[in-house]
Design a protein around this ligand. Structure first.
Ligand code: 13P
Length: 284
């Protein structure tokens, strides 16, 4: 199957109250672990690629790897730019073969965020590519983007509804209390904000910062109307911890396959567990 837009599965996710996982792709092993988990669970998935990951992997390799995974698996897979910072980067990704893009204008004023997101939606729609917008500021660290607690701000439901109505995005990331990276304590998720927004718009809300959120909080978020959940850090931790353990036990190892194979298995286990928790098994 070729790569698909998120509209292949997000409307069904919203209607049937499950969430599709966006798992960030950082290299070939991440991509393989994610798709192998999805094959075993027969689940739709989204490969998220940040601008930092794009620089690291190169756009041609990124698209080729995702296309190979979609072809091999036969699953509906979207290749999605995560936190795109400009119209130009969104267009560059679409031209290269991405089937979905996020435009993150959350650091602009509401008016500018709406204006800029609309431009991306207009161009992407003409190409059959789905678009995610963002409102409110999600805290934490992701790649080169760092937002401290003080500057993280929750989304206002009435602004989120207006943002949807004026931009027509296919899903909407709103800041509801989660953060990128690992949490020090437990995140306090504002389910009421999710519910208010979801009830007023036809598309699902996206939960960023899915790593380290307790299972029950994930279930309640999905019940409230979250239809897409992003996970990156938990896979990074599983990968790196496994490599550390293997190298500690075999200090003379030098063949990367000796530590990358178990690292890939560890990430696959994380992704399988998340797919089950999100309720997206057998939804492909
Ligand atoms: P985590 O790294 O906290 O899982 O967040 C991922 C994310 O939201 C990507 O946009």
């Amino acid at each position: 199957m070729p790569l698909v837009s998120m509209n292949e599965f997000l409307p069904k996710a919203k209607a049937n109250k499950f969430a599709v996982g966006q798992f960030n792709m950082n290299n070939l092993e991440f991509a393989q672990a994610i798709v192998d988990a999805a094959i075993e669970e027969n689940a739709p998935i989204i490969y998220g690629v940040s601008e930092g990951a794009l620089k690291y992997m190169g756009i041609e390799y990124t698209v080729a790897i995702a296309e190979a995974a979609a072809k091999k698996s036969g699953l509906p897979i979207a290749l999605h730019l995560d936190h795109g910072s400009s119209f130009e980067i969104a267009m560059k990704c679409i031209r290269a073969g991405f089937s979905s893009v996020m435009f993150d204008g959350s650091h602009y004023s509401l008016e500018d965020n709406i204006r800029l997101t609309k431009e991306v939606v207009r161009a992407a729609r003409a190409m059959g590519v789905s678009v995610e917008g963002e409102l409110g500021t999600i805290g934490g660290v992701e790649d080169d983007i760092s937002v401290d607690e003080e500057h993280a701000s929750l989304a206002k439901p009435e602004e989120a509804i207006r943002f949807y109505e004026e931009t027509g995005v296919d899903c909407l990331a709103i800041a509801v209390g989660t953060a990128h990276g690992m949490y020090k304590g437990e995140p306090k998720i504002h389910y009421d904000i999710i519910q208010k927004v979801v009830d007023a718009i036809p598309v699902p809300v996206v939960l960023h910062g899915g790593s380290g959120v307790p299972d029950e909080a994930i279930r309640l978020s999905i019940q409230a109307g979250v239809g897409k959940i992003n996970v990156n850090t938990e896979n990074q931790v599983a990968c790196t911890n496994t490599i550390r353990e293997v190298l500690a036990a075999n200090p003379s190892a030098y063949d990367p396959r000796k530590y990358l194979t178990p690292a890939r298995e560890a990430m696959k286990a994380v992704v399988k567990e998340k797919i089950r928790l999100f309720g997206s098994s057998n939804q492909a």
